[in-house]
Design a protein around this ligand. Structure first.
Ligand SMILES: [Zn+2]
Length: 368
């Protein structure tokens, strides 16, 4: 490199502002939630619809993860086509028309996470009709968390915005995600905690860019932590702030917003551009205070069923399945889709098809 270029670069780096206090750079205040928050934690023993027959139509899975190879020093040669073909085979067998793969909120700290990007692109290139991709979280979420708790430079924010802009403009992606702002340890000390407020300046700038570009953002925001501490004010005030800044932004609020059905009803009525994905979580001990839609037997709670039938156009299936994760066999996906078909079978048939298939088709196929 030319000496003069090195000099200019060092000048730029040395003179780039360094922010050490995440909160201090959030000159924007959080807003009040845009609806009256109901702080009820639902009774896990409340009534649920019993399974009778399965929904038998096509399914679109709008929220799943595909992990990078786990070996130390892995290269793209460690991505095996057979694994990708197995996934395609199982999707075809289960009548899952397509899956949207995305990095997890924790991808940024995962070994070989760049290979995750390569692997997701590879399966999409093999089978573009069956695979769509969301991008970004691997270089966004963990970075935001570290930046908030430590320090960051303006140059680093610019780099992320540049990469995100390029990814969005590449036309390879259908959205950005899964970005997480409050992502607590739900796995008995094994899960990395992500925690920063939605008015953290770099987060707002990233969301502004996604909004400007008209992309979907898949957002994970837990409004209550496993110990029961409420972040409802921050999370719901943050949603109000995001829409205040970007009234037309398109948000997928993941896992039915992890709040009670009454709040979800209010959220969907207040914000017409919010969609939600439905995840089945029967292990309530791993989903503490996060309002699973099913009981521990996998039966759909009556209040959720009612809400789905009331506003079917706003929900989609998002299994949150972790393909390629160590110890997660593909047969578990079969089980998951079977559970999905069971709960859908308890809904009126039109609602079931709308949630299973029509909404995702409208958003990710017909509107492109
Ligand atoms: Zn999530």
């Amino acid at each position: 490199m030319e000496k003069s270029i090195i000099l200019i670069l060092s000048f730029l780096i040395l003179n780039s502002p360094v922010f050490s206090d995440g909160a201090g750079t959030s000159s924007v205040e959080l807003l009040q939630p845009g609806f009256e928050v109901d702080h009820t934690r639902s009774d896990p023993k409340r009534s649920a619809r019993t399974h009778e027959r399965d929904y038998e139509g096509p399914v679109i899975d709008t929220h799943a993860h595909l992990y990078p190879p786990n070996e130390r020093n892995a290269t793209s040669a460690d991505i095996h086509k057979e694994e990708l073909n197995d996934i395609r085979r199982v999707m075809r067998k289960l009548d899952v028309e397509f899956v949207i793969f995305m990095p997890t909120p924790n991808d940024g700290i995962r070994r070989n996470q760049e290979l995750g990007v390569v692997k997701r692109k590879m399966i999409r290139d093999i089978d573009p009709d069956r695979v769509k991709l969301f991008c970004g979280s691997n270089y966004i979420t963990c970075w935001l968390d570290a930046a908030y708790h430590n320090k960051y430079t303006e140059v680093a924010v610019q780099d992320i915005l540049k990469q995100l802009s390029e990814d969005i403009d590449s036309g390879e992606y259908a959205g950005v995600g899964e970005v997480g702002i409050y992502h607590f340890d739900k796995g008995y000390g094994r899960q990395r905690v992500l925690e920063f407020p939605p008015n953290f300046n770099p987060f707002l700038r990233i969301v502004d860019l996604i909004g400007e570009k008209g992309m979907w953002l898949d957002l994970h925001a837990e409004p209550v932590d496993p110990k029961g501490r409420s972040y409802e004010k921050e999370v719901f005030g943050g949603i109000e702030l995001l829409f205040h800044r970007n009234p037309n932004m398109k948000l997928i609020y993941s896992h039915t917003a992890m709040t009670n059905p009454e709040n979800v009803r209010k959220i969907l009525n207040k914000y017409p551009n919010i969609m939600m994905n439905v995840k089945i979580e029967t292990r309530h001990e791993k989903w503490k205070n996060l309002e699973p839609v099913v009981n521990t037997r996998g039966e759909l709670y009556g209040d959720w069923a009612q809400l789905f039938e009331e506003i079917p156009d706003r929900f989609m299936i998002g299994t949150d399945f972790h393909f390629g994760r160590k110890g997660v066999e593909i047969s578990k996906y079969k089980k998951r889709i079977k559970q999905v078909r069971k709960i859908l079978g308890t809904l009126d048939p039109k609602t079931a098809r709308t949630i299973a298939y029509e909404n995702a088709k409208r958003l990710f196929v017909d509107s492109l």
